[in-house]
Design a protein around this ligand. Sequence first.
Ligand code: BDR
Ligand code: CA
Length: 317
Amino acid sequence: KKKLIIDVDTGVDDAMAIMVALANPDVEILGITCCHGNTPLENVLKNTLRVLKVCNRLDIPVYRGCSKPLLARKQHAGDYHGKDGLGDVPDPDAPGLDLLQKKNAVQAMVKLVKDNAGEVILVATAPLTNLAVAVQLDPSLPKKLKALYIMGGNTESRGNTTVCGEFNFVADPEAAYIVLDRYTCPTYMATWEFTCRNSLPWSFCDTWLAESTLKADFMKKISSLSRTKAQSADYQKEITAGTGFNSCDVYALAAAIDDTLITESEEVAVAVELEGTYTRGMMVVDYIQKLKKDHKAIIMKKVDLEKLKQMLTNALK
Ligand code: BDR
Ligand code: CA
Protein backbone atom coordinates (compact mmCIF):
# COMPACT_ATOMS: atom_id res chain seq x y z
CA LYS A 1 0.00 0.00 0.00
CA LYS A 2 1.10 3.57 -0.64
CA LYS A 3 1.53 5.49 2.59
CA LEU A 4 0.27 9.06 2.40
CA ILE A 5 0.28 12.12 4.61
CA ILE A 6 -2.08 14.76 3.26
CA ASP A 7 -1.53 18.38 4.26
CA VAL A 8 -4.75 20.33 3.67
CA ASP A 9 -6.65 23.58 4.11
CA THR A 10 -10.01 21.95 3.50
CA GLY A 11 -11.57 23.75 1.02
CA VAL A 12 -13.91 22.19 -1.56
CA ASP A 13 -11.17 20.73 -3.74
CA ASP A 14 -9.19 19.53 -0.71
CA ALA A 15 -12.36 17.68 0.31
CA MET A 16 -12.52 16.09 -3.14
CA ALA A 17 -8.86 15.11 -2.91
CA ILE A 18 -9.33 13.48 0.49
CA MET A 19 -12.32 11.55 -0.86
CA VAL A 20 -10.32 10.34 -3.86
CA ALA A 21 -7.61 9.04 -1.52
CA LEU A 22 -10.14 7.33 0.76
CA ALA A 23 -11.73 5.54 -2.18
CA ASN A 24 -8.49 3.88 -3.23
CA PRO A 25 -7.90 0.52 -1.52
CA ASP A 26 -4.16 0.67 -2.27
CA VAL A 27 -3.67 3.78 -0.18
CA GLU A 28 -3.08 4.06 3.53
CA ILE A 29 -3.53 7.56 4.95
CA LEU A 30 -1.15 7.85 7.89
CA GLY A 31 -2.56 11.20 8.87
CA ILE A 32 -4.14 14.41 7.67
CA THR A 33 -2.33 17.54 8.78
CA CYS A 34 -4.25 20.81 8.71
CA CYS A 35 -3.01 24.28 7.83
CA HIS A 36 -4.55 27.76 7.57
CA GLY A 37 -5.50 28.70 4.00
CA ASN A 38 -8.84 28.67 2.24
CA THR A 39 -10.44 29.40 5.58
CA PRO A 40 -9.19 29.94 9.16
CA LEU A 41 -7.58 26.87 10.76
CA GLU A 42 -10.54 26.15 13.08
CA ASN A 43 -12.78 25.74 10.01
CA VAL A 44 -10.16 23.63 8.24
CA LEU A 45 -10.13 21.22 11.19
CA LYS A 46 -13.91 21.04 11.31
CA ASN A 47 -14.22 20.62 7.53
CA THR A 48 -11.67 17.81 7.48
CA LEU A 49 -13.59 15.93 10.16
CA ARG A 50 -16.83 16.51 8.23
CA VAL A 51 -15.34 14.90 5.13
CA LEU A 52 -14.10 11.92 7.13
CA LYS A 53 -17.50 11.54 8.75
CA VAL A 54 -19.31 11.41 5.39
CA CYS A 55 -16.85 8.72 4.32
CA ASN A 56 -17.20 6.87 7.58
CA ARG A 57 -13.45 7.20 8.22
CA LEU A 58 -13.16 9.15 11.44
CA ASP A 59 -10.49 6.62 12.42
CA ILE A 60 -7.95 8.57 10.35
CA PRO A 61 -5.82 10.83 12.58
CA VAL A 62 -6.31 14.55 11.99
CA TYR A 63 -3.77 17.04 13.34
CA ARG A 64 -3.85 20.76 14.07
CA GLY A 65 -1.08 22.65 12.27
CA CYS A 66 -0.06 26.26 11.70
CA SER A 67 -2.77 28.87 11.98
CA LYS A 68 -0.77 31.64 10.29
CA PRO A 69 1.74 32.11 7.46
CA LEU A 70 5.40 32.51 8.47
CA LEU A 71 5.59 36.22 7.64
CA ALA A 72 2.82 37.13 5.24
CA ARG A 73 -0.48 38.60 6.25
CA LYS A 74 -3.16 35.94 6.65
CA GLN A 75 -5.56 35.54 3.77
CA HIS A 76 -8.41 33.21 2.92
CA ALA A 77 -10.43 32.30 -0.15
CA GLY A 78 -13.96 32.74 1.19
CA ASP A 79 -15.29 34.16 -2.08
CA TYR A 80 -14.69 30.88 -3.79
CA HIS A 81 -14.91 28.22 -1.06
CA GLY A 82 -17.39 29.99 1.20
CA LYS A 83 -16.72 31.72 4.52
CA ASP A 84 -16.63 28.35 6.27
CA GLY A 85 -14.47 26.87 3.49
CA LEU A 86 -17.08 24.30 2.46
CA GLY A 87 -19.67 26.32 0.57
CA ASP A 88 -21.49 27.68 3.64
CA VAL A 89 -23.86 24.76 4.05
CA PRO A 90 -23.31 24.00 7.75
CA ASP A 91 -23.91 20.57 9.23
CA PRO A 92 -25.42 20.86 12.73
CA ASP A 93 -24.12 17.35 13.47
CA ALA A 94 -20.53 18.05 12.42
CA PRO A 95 -18.02 16.12 14.53
CA GLY A 96 -16.43 18.04 17.40
CA LEU A 97 -12.80 19.10 17.54
CA ASP A 98 -12.32 16.80 20.54
CA LEU A 99 -11.68 14.11 17.90
CA LEU A 100 -8.42 15.77 16.88
CA GLN A 101 -5.10 14.20 17.79
CA LYS A 102 -3.28 15.86 20.67
CA LYS A 103 0.05 16.04 18.85
CA ASN A 104 0.69 19.09 16.67
CA ALA A 105 0.59 18.53 12.88
CA VAL A 106 4.22 19.49 12.32
CA GLN A 107 5.53 17.19 15.05
CA ALA A 108 3.27 14.43 13.76
CA MET A 109 4.59 14.91 10.22
CA VAL A 110 8.20 14.64 11.41
CA LYS A 111 7.47 11.51 13.47
CA LEU A 112 5.36 9.73 10.85
CA VAL A 113 8.01 10.30 8.20
CA LYS A 114 10.77 9.12 10.55
CA ASP A 115 8.84 5.98 11.55
CA ASN A 116 8.13 5.13 7.90
CA ALA A 117 11.41 6.33 6.40
CA GLY A 118 11.60 5.94 2.62
CA GLU A 119 7.93 5.10 2.30
CA VAL A 120 5.89 8.24 2.85
CA ILE A 121 4.40 10.26 0.02
CA LEU A 122 3.55 13.72 1.26
CA VAL A 123 0.74 15.45 -0.62
CA ALA A 124 0.43 19.18 0.02
CA THR A 125 -2.76 20.92 -1.05
CA ALA A 126 -2.51 23.99 1.18
CA PRO A 127 -0.14 26.88 1.83
CA LEU A 128 3.19 25.25 2.67
CA THR A 129 3.58 26.55 6.23
CA ASN A 130 3.46 23.14 7.97
CA LEU A 131 6.02 21.69 5.55
CA ALA A 132 8.36 24.65 6.00
CA VAL A 133 8.27 24.39 9.79
CA ALA A 134 8.70 20.61 9.61
CA VAL A 135 11.96 20.89 7.67
CA GLN A 136 13.25 23.43 10.19
CA LEU A 137 12.49 20.93 12.94
CA ASP A 138 14.02 18.00 11.08
CA PRO A 139 16.34 19.01 8.22
CA SER A 140 16.68 15.35 7.24
CA LEU A 141 12.94 14.98 6.63
CA PRO A 142 13.07 15.47 2.83
CA LYS A 143 15.64 12.67 2.52
CA LYS A 144 13.31 10.30 4.32
CA LEU A 145 10.36 11.02 2.04
CA LYS A 146 9.54 8.83 -0.94
CA ALA A 147 8.08 11.81 -2.80
CA LEU A 148 6.37 15.13 -2.40
CA TYR A 149 3.34 16.21 -4.45
CA ILE A 150 2.39 19.87 -4.32
CA MET A 151 -0.64 21.68 -5.65
CA GLY A 152 0.61 25.19 -6.07
CA GLY A 153 2.65 27.68 -8.00
CA ASN A 154 2.41 28.77 -11.58
CA THR A 155 4.54 28.39 -14.69
CA GLU A 156 3.41 31.20 -16.94
CA SER A 157 2.78 34.01 -14.49
CA ARG A 158 -0.97 33.49 -14.69
CA GLY A 159 -2.38 33.96 -11.22
CA ASN A 160 -5.64 33.24 -9.49
CA THR A 161 -5.03 35.33 -6.37
CA THR A 162 -2.69 38.08 -7.52
CA VAL A 163 -1.87 39.03 -11.11
CA CYS A 164 0.67 36.25 -11.34
CA GLY A 165 0.41 34.31 -8.10
CA GLU A 166 -1.43 31.12 -7.22
CA PHE A 167 -3.27 31.00 -3.88
CA ASN A 168 -1.21 28.40 -1.94
CA PHE A 169 2.05 30.19 -2.78
CA VAL A 170 0.73 33.71 -2.30
CA ALA A 171 -0.81 32.75 1.06
CA ASP A 172 2.67 31.93 2.40
CA PRO A 173 5.47 32.84 -0.03
CA GLU A 174 8.29 32.32 2.50
CA ALA A 175 7.05 28.81 3.27
CA ALA A 176 6.83 27.98 -0.44
CA TYR A 177 10.37 29.31 -0.89
CA ILE A 178 11.72 27.14 1.93
CA VAL A 179 9.97 24.03 0.68
CA LEU A 180 11.16 24.40 -2.92
CA ASP A 181 14.65 25.09 -1.64
CA ARG A 182 14.99 22.34 0.96
CA TYR A 183 12.84 19.42 -0.13
CA THR A 184 15.29 17.56 -2.31
CA CYS A 185 13.13 14.45 -2.64
CA PRO A 186 11.32 13.84 -5.96
CA THR A 187 8.94 16.81 -6.08
CA TYR A 188 5.92 16.72 -8.37
CA MET A 189 3.98 19.90 -8.97
CA ALA A 190 0.42 20.46 -10.07
CA THR A 191 0.58 24.14 -10.91
CA TRP A 192 -2.33 26.49 -11.51
CA GLU A 193 -1.90 26.61 -15.29
CA PHE A 194 -1.60 22.83 -15.47
CA THR A 195 -4.91 22.40 -13.67
CA CYS A 196 -6.56 24.98 -15.96
CA ARG A 197 -5.27 23.29 -19.10
CA ASN A 198 -6.39 19.87 -17.92
CA SER A 199 -9.76 20.84 -16.53
CA LEU A 200 -12.82 18.62 -16.54
CA PRO A 201 -15.76 19.38 -18.82
CA TRP A 202 -18.75 20.80 -16.95
CA SER A 203 -20.90 18.06 -18.46
CA PHE A 204 -18.81 15.49 -16.59
CA CYS A 205 -19.39 17.34 -13.31
CA ASP A 206 -23.14 17.29 -13.83
CA THR A 207 -23.21 13.54 -14.31
CA TRP A 208 -20.69 13.02 -11.54
CA LEU A 209 -22.73 14.90 -8.97
CA ALA A 210 -26.04 13.41 -10.07
CA GLU A 211 -25.33 10.04 -8.42
CA SER A 212 -27.66 9.34 -5.55
CA THR A 213 -25.22 8.48 -2.82
CA LEU A 214 -24.56 10.21 0.50
CA LYS A 215 -21.12 11.24 -0.70
CA ALA A 216 -22.46 12.69 -3.95
CA ASP A 217 -25.12 14.62 -2.03
CA PHE A 218 -22.45 16.03 0.26
CA MET A 219 -20.21 16.99 -2.65
CA LYS A 220 -23.08 18.59 -4.53
CA LYS A 221 -23.96 20.72 -1.52
CA ILE A 222 -20.48 21.88 -0.62
CA SER A 223 -19.42 22.58 -4.21
CA SER A 224 -22.51 24.50 -5.28
CA LEU A 225 -21.13 27.95 -4.41
CA SER A 226 -17.72 27.38 -5.98
CA ARG A 227 -19.25 25.89 -9.14
CA THR A 228 -21.46 28.93 -9.58
CA LYS A 229 -18.43 31.13 -9.11
CA ALA A 230 -16.22 29.07 -11.44
CA GLN A 231 -18.90 28.98 -14.14
CA SER A 232 -19.47 32.72 -14.07
CA ALA A 233 -18.47 34.50 -17.24
CA ASP A 234 -15.81 36.65 -15.56
CA TYR A 235 -14.14 33.76 -13.81
CA GLN A 236 -14.06 31.68 -16.99
CA LYS A 237 -12.71 34.55 -19.00
CA GLU A 238 -10.25 36.07 -16.59
CA ILE A 239 -9.21 33.43 -14.12
CA THR A 240 -9.31 30.03 -15.77
CA ALA A 241 -8.95 31.36 -19.33
CA GLY A 242 -12.10 29.68 -20.55
CA THR A 243 -11.42 26.14 -19.42
CA GLY A 244 -13.83 23.85 -17.50
CA PHE A 245 -13.79 22.77 -13.89
CA ASN A 246 -10.34 22.50 -12.35
CA SER A 247 -10.48 20.83 -9.02
CA CYS A 248 -6.86 21.75 -8.32
CA ASP A 249 -6.01 19.65 -5.29
CA VAL A 250 -7.35 16.46 -6.82
CA TYR A 251 -4.61 16.50 -9.48
CA ALA A 252 -1.80 16.39 -6.94
CA LEU A 253 -3.48 13.67 -4.90
CA ALA A 254 -4.51 11.56 -7.88
CA ALA A 255 -1.02 11.77 -9.37
CA ALA A 256 0.44 10.61 -6.05
CA ILE A 257 -1.69 7.48 -5.99
CA ASP A 258 -1.56 6.55 -9.68
CA ASP A 259 1.89 6.78 -11.29
CA THR A 260 0.38 6.50 -14.77
CA LEU A 261 -2.01 9.46 -14.44
CA ILE A 262 0.44 12.09 -15.65
CA THR A 263 1.25 11.49 -19.29
CA GLU A 264 3.61 14.42 -19.80
CA SER A 265 5.84 16.38 -17.45
CA GLU A 266 8.89 18.59 -17.46
CA GLU A 267 11.86 18.80 -15.04
CA VAL A 268 12.87 22.34 -14.19
CA ALA A 269 14.37 24.10 -11.19
CA VAL A 270 11.94 26.44 -9.47
CA ALA A 271 11.97 29.16 -6.82
CA VAL A 272 9.57 31.71 -5.40
CA GLU A 273 9.64 35.50 -5.70
CA LEU A 274 9.60 37.04 -2.24
CA GLU A 275 9.60 40.71 -3.18
CA GLY A 276 8.24 42.64 -6.12
CA THR A 277 5.35 45.05 -6.32
CA TYR A 278 3.24 42.66 -8.37
CA THR A 279 5.12 39.40 -8.20
CA ARG A 280 5.44 38.38 -4.54
CA GLY A 281 4.46 34.71 -4.23
CA MET A 282 4.86 33.98 -7.92
CA MET A 283 6.75 30.80 -8.80
CA VAL A 284 9.87 31.46 -10.83
CA VAL A 285 10.65 28.74 -13.37
CA ASP A 286 14.31 28.52 -14.29
CA TYR A 287 14.04 27.30 -17.88
CA ILE A 288 17.48 28.66 -18.73
CA GLN A 289 19.20 27.28 -15.60
CA LYS A 290 20.36 30.62 -14.29
CA LEU A 291 19.79 29.63 -10.69
CA LYS A 292 22.24 26.72 -10.95
CA LYS A 293 20.06 24.58 -8.71
CA ASP A 294 20.80 20.87 -8.66
CA HIS A 295 17.33 19.89 -7.62
CA LYS A 296 14.63 20.09 -10.26
CA ALA A 297 10.90 19.88 -9.74
CA ILE A 298 8.81 17.61 -11.94
CA ILE A 299 6.15 19.88 -13.34
CA MET A 300 3.01 18.12 -14.52
CA LYS A 301 1.90 18.98 -18.03
CA LYS A 302 -0.76 16.52 -19.13
CA VAL A 303 -3.15 14.27 -17.33
CA ASP A 304 -5.04 11.18 -18.48
CA LEU A 305 -8.49 12.74 -18.09
CA GLU A 306 -10.40 9.47 -18.43
CA LYS A 307 -8.45 8.00 -15.53
CA LEU A 308 -9.03 11.09 -13.45
CA LYS A 309 -12.77 10.95 -14.14
CA GLN A 310 -12.82 7.34 -13.05
CA MET A 311 -11.07 8.18 -9.79
CA LEU A 312 -13.53 10.98 -9.10
CA THR A 313 -16.45 8.70 -9.90
CA ASN A 314 -15.16 6.03 -7.52
CA ALA A 315 -14.75 8.65 -4.79
CA LEU A 316 -18.51 9.30 -4.59
CA LYS A 317 -19.68 5.68 -4.69
C1 BDR B 1 -5.42 26.20 -4.43
O1 BDR B 1 -5.87 27.21 -3.55
C2 BDR B 1 -7.01 26.78 -2.85
O2 BDR B 1 -8.04 27.70 -2.97
C3 BDR B 1 -7.39 25.44 -3.39
O3 BDR B 1 -7.85 24.60 -2.34
C4 BDR B 1 -6.12 24.93 -4.00
O4 BDR B 1 -5.33 24.27 -3.04
C5 BDR B 1 -5.66 26.65 -5.86
O5 BDR B 1 -4.96 27.82 -6.13
CA1 CA C 1 -6.28 23.51 -0.94
